[in-house]
Design a binder for this molecule. Structure first.
Ligand code: MTE
Ligand code: MO
Length: 179
């Protein structure tokens, strides 16, 4: 092989390798970012519950698979923050049933450390869901995910529109404490 040609080929080959590595790196960092945007679903429930799945018998931890295995329900509504959309996820009532909840209120805790307490009676009155999707797409953390408490606001405008109603629409949910 001619040394000069081999040298030039070597430079080209090096450039292609460099480009290839750059593309692999770009793809990897986009994927890493996408994953950070959509954490796997998980939810911890403590307080007045009769079923637990941790060693200390204090807590029921729902994995993504467990949350997805619950019957799927939808609510189509606008909210103060989102245009009319279809939200999908399990009924809050089914989550409470799964943990054997016996309290009358649910204290909700979020990734951004907001806390709000709703009465369990909201389940019957409004069919509240714990939404993980909006219009068929998983909610990102930056878009009210991974779990967003959803009420049928448009069906109950008098009760659910305005400042008091707004506080019930809790996003970035990480835990429930049953009181
Ligand atoms: N995760 C999370 N959900 C939340 C809040 C919050 O700070 N964090 N604020 C609640 C309250 S009290 C109201 S009135 C609205 C506030 O929405 P705003 O921050 O867009 O005014 O969202 C509700 N849901
Ligand atoms: Mo609020």
């Amino acid at each position: 092989m001619n040394a000069a040609v081999g040298g030039r080929n070597g430079v080209y080959r090096g450039a292609w390798w460099g480009l290839g590595l750059l593309l692999v790196f770009a793809a990897w960092s986009m994927q890493a970012q996408a994953q950070a945007e959509s954490l796997p679903l998980s939810l911890d429930v403590t307080g007045k519950i009769s079923k637990t799945n941790d060693a200390a018998h204090q807590l029921y931890h729902f994995t993504e698979a467990q949350l997805l295995a619950l019957p799927v329900h939808s609510i189509t509504t606008a909210t103060t923050w989102t245009p009319r959309s279809t939200f999908t996820g399990p009924l809050l009532a089914d989550i409470l049933k799964a943990v054997g909840a016996s309290g009358s209120a649910v204290e909700i805790h979020t990734l951004d450390d907001y806390t709000y307490t709703i009465p369990v009676s909201d389940c019957d009155r409004y069919g509240v869901i714990v939404a993980y999707s909006m219009n068929g797409r998983r909610l990102k953390i930056s878009d009210f995910g991974p779990l967003f408490l959803m009420y049928p606001r448009d069906a109950f405008p008098d009760e659910l529109m305005g400042a008091v109603g707004d506080s019930k629409f809790v996003w970035q949910i990480k835990a429930f404490i049953i009181k």
